[in-house]
Design a protein around this ligand. Structure first.
Ligand code: GLA
Length: 469
């Protein structure tokens, strides 16, 4: 038996994460894309909290305010993490109290290795202490990063990494406080184990611009839809706004496309700019119809239902392919939602605009792929443009011209299901059948059986067995 299989087989069965959280993808704000290490301070966190309230963001669902890396200074004699005294002069509970006083939830960052990615103290060997400390501050959310851990991320699946995630998960569970747990493991090989470990898990490296959005998220996440759902979500990383004052940016058009795609992917919506957010980004992030797609209670992650992009075999989707050129092609993504389907038509071509014509009936592919049941075939649907906020009437096709370099359009369609000629008037069709989709049946399996099942299936080619590397 290969060593990696043996290591996984040795993992003992442990209780899955069961904190009742993450029934919908998390929404909020995280400091990293905004500040990185410059300006992570109590003063700025208060300003961000005030601005979130002023903009009415909590009412739209943006509930978490998460402090990312660069807050911790050292470990005290009692073993507890000590925040940077200059940046957080009154300690972290004081900051959490302020965030709570604004009606927001408080999130904090840690790293399961010896040091965080920015070189601050990590939690390895201090999992219990840190879980208790965060809870004593009133943390509602913990992001667990993966730098400097005792595993080889290049030799996945890493039993050491998974065991360490379990350690912190169990420490957090033991505190008795329901705390949203977000893993930041930057790889997709652990997606099959994700829902037993956390409420969300990063599937790739950091999205810092449009190129990395393609490489680490768009290129990969269409293959991972089986693993995300209520309770635990694939996380293609945080939103990148178009403000020039933040640490990372996209063009306004690409930022909007990211928001549309992330909603169809049922991804966490974590804003990456606040104090310098411009009008265009504010309009993007407050589109309630797009947010409703992301937060659709069926919790089915969208997939690609049509594309003319070069074939990407699952086994080729490797993180080591850091800088694949963005292909000059188009895609259509679709997601079954409670009252129809959400669709995003995307032009990846950096040089030229593109015309895309899409038959609405083709979303049946997505219904079949996601739900495993045939779609009630339909030819026509009532179509709404979610960015122009216009009803476009009953259509068989959606025809669009998309600008170059990451432009997209997003629609919601409600299928018009043909009436069966002999339907009895008394017989009621359940609403979910009438729209051609049903919720995916999800059940959580114990970790040990999850490992053995997942390793045998085609769906986990992402595990990148050593002979594929
Ligand atoms: C990693 C993570 C980022 C951020 C930084 C902090 O790169 O992927 O999201 O948390 O570390 O150092």
């Amino acid at each position: 038996m290969a060593l990696w299989k043996l290591l996984l087989a040795c993992l003992h069965q442990v209780d899955a994460l069961d904190n009742g959280l993450g029934l919908l993808p998390q929404m909020g704000y995280n400091t990293w894309n905004d500040f990185e290490c410059e300006g992570v301070s109590a003063k700025n966190i208060s300003k961000v909290a005030d601005k979130m309230v002023e903009l009415g963001l909590p009412a739209l669902g943006y509930e978490y305010l998460i402090i990312d890396d660069c807050w911790a200074d050292h470990r005290g004699k009692d073993g507890k993490l000590v925040p940077d005294r200059n940046a957080f002069p009154h300690g972290m509970k004081h900051v959490a109290d302020y965030v709570h006083s604004k009606g927001l939830k408080f999130g904090i960052y840690m790293d399961r290795g010896r040091w965080t990615c920015a070189g601050r103290p990590g939690s390895q060997g201090y999992e219990e202490v840190d879980a208790k400390t965060f809870v004593s501050w009133g943390a509602d959310y913990v992001k667990t990063d993966s730098c400097n851990g005792p595993d080889s991320l290049e030799d996945p699946p890493s039993a050491a990494a998974i065991a360490q995630y379990q350690l912190f998960r169990d420490a957090l569970n033991a505190t008795g406080r329901p705390v949203f747990l977000a893993l930041s493991g930057w790889h997709n090989w652990y997606s099959p184990y994700g829902e037993s470990l956390a409420n969300s898990w990063r599937i790739g490296y950091d999205v810092r611009n449009w190129q990395s959005a393609w490489n680490f998220a768009i290129r990969v996440n269409g293959f991972l839809s089986d693993f995300g759902g209520p309770g635990g979500w694939n996380d293609p990383d945080m939103l990148v706004g178009s403000s020039s004052k933040t640490a990372v940016q996209m063009t306004p058009q690409q930022s909007r496309t990211q928001f549309s795609l992330w909603s169809v992917m049922a991804a966490p919506l974590l804003l990456g700019s606040m104090l310098s957010m411009g009008h265009h980004d504010l309009e993007t992030y407050t589109n309630t119809e797009v947010i409703a797609v992301d937060q659709d209670p069926l919790g089915i992650q969208g997939e690609i239902v049509w594309e003319n992009c070069p074939l990407r075999k699952r086994t080729n989707i490797k993180q080591s392919q850091f800088y694949d050129e963005i292909p000059a092609c188009q895609q259509v993504w679709a997601r079954p939602i409670t009252d129809g389907f959400a669709i995003v038509l995307l032009n990846l071509d950096a040089e030229k605009p593109a015309n895309v014509s899409f038959a609405v009936s083709d979303v049946c592919w997505s219904s079949q792929a996601f739900v495993g049941k045939p779609c009630n075939f339909f030819e026509e649907a009532s179509v709404r443009d979610l960015w122009r906020k216009e009803h476009l009437g009953i259509r068989k096709f959606i025809n669009v011209t998309l600008a170059r370099d990451g432009a997209s359009q997003m629609f919601k369609i409600k299928p018009i299901i043909p009436q069966a000629p002999h339907t009895s008037a008394k017989k009621k069709t359940p609403a979910s059948t009438a729209t051609g989709h049903r919720p995916k049946s999800r059940h959580r399996e114990p970790v040990s059986s999850h490992f053995s099942v997942a390793l045998e299936t085609d769906a986990v080619h992402f595990l990148q067995q050593p002979d594929e590397l």
